[in-house]
Design a protein around this ligand. Sequence first.
Ligand SMILES: Nc1ncnc2c1ncn2[C@@H]1O[C@H](COP(=O)(O)OP(=O)(O)OP(=O)(O)O)[C@@H](O)[C@H]1O
Length: 241
Amino acid sequence: MTTLQTATVEPALALENLTLRYPDGADGVLLALDAVDLAVPPGQMLSLVGPSGSGKSSLLAVAGTLMRPSAGTVRISGVETQTLDGRRLDRLRREEIGMIFQQPNLLPALTAREQLVIAEDLRGGSRRAAGRRADELLDEVGLAGSGQRRPHQLSGGQRQRVNIARALMGSPSVLLVDEPTAALDHERSADIVGLLGRLTREHRVATVMVTHETEFVPFTDAVATMRDGRLSPPAGTTPRG
Ligand SMILES: Nc1ncnc2c1ncn2[C@@H]1O[C@H](COP(=O)(O)OP(=O)(O)OP(=O)(O)O)[C@@H](O)[C@H]1O
């Protein structure tokens, strides 16, 4: 099992014996996830690497409860997600999981601050509290003075920072990040990975980051490699730092 420092702390994200099959377009099935075990405690960041097609995005989608596994367990903050009906699963996803994709997908007409506030609005929270939290988070990601800017007035790196702040608005316990630096140059990529590491510790979230850029892996607490749907931990998976 790929396990970080979980000795005394309940993992925020636990995947057990996870299997995901897709129809292969002919008569067979493709095994996208094959008996995957993974446990990530609060405050730890795991890099997930592996060749194209090895199952990394599938793992994020199942961990994020966007797809149900064919077999196995996804446990978020101790809750076994397969026991939940659709409505309770939606709620758990809103409250416990933050997702960050390669492209920030910000709404063009909204300011950076509004992108964050509207995310909380959709959750049914108070607008005033959302405004305060948005200001705090924009400050934390280094955008204190840019809250009134719209996406086209921000750089690629700044847009990704807004995206990260937005993912933290609901105080998730799990952060799932898919190639956050794919659209950025080297220096900005290093800044974004460093920022994700800091926020992981400060907000006590369990973060899984899919990345092709192995040079940033040493900045995270552990690394696991996907190959043909199987997760192989050991070698590099000793927690760092
Ligand atoms: N909706 C789907 N239906 C059928 N097969 C799929 C589907 N989505 C993914 N696959 C297959 O499942 C396997 C794993 O895909 P996945 O996208 O999880 O890999 P990945 O490691 O994220 O790849 P990449 O690094 O290129 O994004 C691949 O063989 C892919 O072709």
